[in-house]
Ligand binder design. Structure first.
Ligand code: FES
Length: 157
């Protein structure tokens, strides 16, 4: 089955909102999904056209929210929450375990493009810290000893 053009999909989202610009988050999310996990200038332009705003408006919104990426990310995205609740129960050790296992530093993408490792602000799961998002799905709680199995799982995907 052929997928609909992005512009049509965006229009379907926009139609659900009383004002076009109110659909900005849903539109950017879809555009990011369709552009390999990040928002290149073409994606921002396409979203802006559909919303009847400027690409700069879309970029400003995207730059505010942690879940949008304005630079390419790896095939897999590993995000470790390092905010207070997670920090208190070992987020730094979890992050370092991912750096060791994935061979990439926090904030970087592996040379082969397989994975991006980054830190994030509070993911809203403080009661089950340390929270790690693997390709946008939460794992919680994650301990340093859990990391080798998660890394192995990512290599197998
Ligand atoms: S501080 Fe990590 S989920 Fe809230």
């Amino acid at each position: 089955m052929a997928t609909r053009p992005l512009a049509d999909e965006i229009q379907a989202i926009v139609d659900q909102y009383p004002e076009r610009r109110s659909a900005v988050l849903a539109t950017l999310r879809l555009a990011q999904e369709r552009h390999g996990g990040w928002l290149p200038p073409d994606a921002l332009r396409e979203a802006a056209d559909a919303l009847d705003v400027t690409p700069a408006y879309c970029e400003a919104v995207a730059s505010f929210y942690d879940m949008f990426h304005l630079a390419p990310v790896g095939e897999h995205l590993v995000e470790v929450c390092t905010n207070l609740s997670c920090a208190l129960v070992g987020a730094q050790q979890v992050l370092e375990a991912f750096e060791r296992e994935l061979g990439v530093r926090a904030g970087e993408t592996a040379e082969d493009g397989s994975v991006t490792l980054r830190t994030i602000e509070c993911a809203g799961g403080c009661g089950r810290a340390v929270v790690v998002a693997i390709d946008h799905r939460y794992r919680e709680p994650v301990r340093p000893e859990d990391v080798p199995a998660i890394a192995e799982e990512l290599r197998g995907r």
